[in-house]
Ligand binder design. Structure first.
Ligand code: BYC
Length: 309
C-alpha cells in the first residue's frame, strides 16, 4: 500500500489522521487554513465582549465576563497548538492575521454598543458556534478533533451564560426588554452568516466533506441553528427579525430568509463596520507584548545553556 492508499483507507474507515502520518499536501493546507481561521476567530472574538469588562453592571457579571473572555484566549491557544502539529508556527500565523492575509469569523466585525450584546453573543453567537463545532469533534484530523471536545464543553457553558443573562434582562424592565430586542435585531443576520456562504457558493465544502473534515454542509448547519433557536426565542419572549420565518410542516423544519450575502462578502473582504479596528487592536497588543516574548526566549535560552553545561 502506498501513502495515498493508506491515507484514503484511513479516511474511508472513518479513523483519525495523526501528525506523523503521511497526508496529501492539499489536506494539510486545508486544515491549516481552517484551524488558523478558527484560532484567529477566538482571539479576535475576545474584543467585542472584552469591550464590556470595565462596564459590566455588577461584580458578578464582571467576573463571569472576564472568565468567558479568558476561555476564548484558551481556545485560541489550543487551536494554534493544533495548527502547529501541521508544521506552521504560531508567530507566523499571527503575522498573517495582522497583515490581513488570513481570515477570522465575519461575526466579530460587528460592534457591541449595548450591554445586552454580551447576552446575545452568548446566546446566538456561541449557539451558532456550538452547532458548527460539535461535528468538528469527529473531524478526521486527531489534534483538531481533540481540541474541539474541550472547546465545545466550554462553549456550551458560554451559551448558557448568555441565555441566563438574557433571562434576567427579559424578566426585568421594559427598557431592558427593549435593549435585548434591539441587540437580537442586529445580531440575528450576522449569526446566520457565521456558517459560511450557501452550499452552491461554497468552494471548499465538497472536498472538506470528502476528507471528513466537515461533516455537514453550511446550509445544513444553518438550518439546524434556526430550528434550535426559534423555541429559545419564544421562551425569552423576543422576536427574531425575519418576517419570513415560519414552521414548514412538509419539511419538518423552519423556512427562513437568507441573510444579505453581499454584506457578508464585503465584511469578509475587510469592509465590515469594525474590521480595521479589530486588526489594529490585535496588532497593538502583539507589538506591546514583544518584551514578554523576548523575555521568555531569553529565559528558555539561558535554561537550555545551563542544561547543556
Ligand atoms: N467568516 O467554502 P467555504 C467562535 C470564508 S469562533 C469569515 O464555505 P469552509 C467564537 C471561508 O474561509 C467562530 N470567512 O469555506 C469565538 C472561505 O474562504 P478561504 C469561528 C468565512 O472553510 C469567540 C470562503 O469564505 N468558527 O465560535 O469550507 C466567542 C468560502 O467558504 C466565513 C470556526 O472557524 C465566515 N463566517 O467553511 C464566541 C469553525 N464563512 O478560506 C464564539 C471552523 C466562510 O477559502 N470553521 N468564510 O479564503 C469552519 O467550520 C469552516 O471554515 C466554515 C467555512 C464553516 C466557517
Amino acid at each position: 500500500m502506498d501513502h495515498q492508499d493508506r491515507f484514503d483507507a484511513t479516511i474511508a474507515a472513518d479513523q483519525r489522521i495523526e501528525p506523523r502520518d503521511w497526508m496529501p499536501e492539499a489536506y494539510r493546507r486545508t486544515l491549516i487554513r481552517q484551524i488558523a481561521q478558527h484560532a484567529h476567530s477566538e482571539i479576535i472574538g475576545m474584543q467585542p465582549e472584552g469591550n464590556w469588562i470595565t462596564r459590566a453592571p455588577s461584580l458578578r457579571r464582571k467576573a463571569i465576563l472576564l472568565a468567558k473572555v479568558q476561555d476564548e484566549a484558551g481556545h485560541g491557544m489550543y487551536l494554534y497548538a493544533a495548527a502547529e502539529t501541521l508544521g506552521v508556527d504560531r508567530e507566523e500565523l499571527t503575522e498573517l492575521l495582522i497583515a490581513g492575509k488570513q481570515k477570522y469569523s465575519s461575526i466579530f466585525n460587528y460592534p457591541t454598543p449595548s450591554y445586552a450584546d454580551v447576552g446575545v453573543i452568548g446566546w446566538l453567537v456561541d449557539g451558532a458556534a456550538i452547532c458548527n463545532q460539535v461535528p468538528l469533534c469527529r473531524c478526521s484530523y486527531g489534534p483538531y478533533a481533540r481540541a474541539m471536545i474541550r472547546i465545545c464543553k466550554e462553549e456550551s457553558f458560554h451559551q448558557r451564560q448568555g441565555y441566563e443573562l438574557l433571562m434576567a434582562m427579559t424578566s426585568g424592565t421594559d427598557a431592558q426588554r427593549a435593549m435585548v430586542q434591539e441587540s437580537v435585531n442586529r445580531f440575528w443576520w450576522p449569526s446566520l452568516m457565521m456558517f459560511g456562504p450557501p452550499d452552491d457558493d461554497s468552494p471548499n465544502t465538497a472536498q472538506s466533506m470528502a476528507w471528513n473534515i466537515k461533516r455537514h454542509t453550511n446550509d445544513e448547519l444553518r438550518q439546524r441553528f434556526v430550528d434550535m433557536t426559534v423555541p429559545q426565542a419564544a421562551a425569552l419572549g423576543v422576536t427574531l427579525p425575519d418576517p419570513g420565518l415560519r414552521w414548514n410542516p412538509e419539511r419538518g423544519k423552519h423556512d427562513f430568509t437568507q441573510p444579505d450575502w453581499d454584506e457578508f462578502m464585503a465584511v469578509v473582504k475587510g469592509s465590515g463596520p469594525c474590521n480595521a479596528q479589530r486588526v489594529a487592536h490585535r496588532k497593538r497588543a502583539h507589538d506591546e507584548g514583544a518584551w514578554v516574548r523576548e523575555a521568555a526566549s531569553a529565559y528558555a535560552a539561558k535554561r537550555a545553556g545551563r542544561a547543556a553545561a
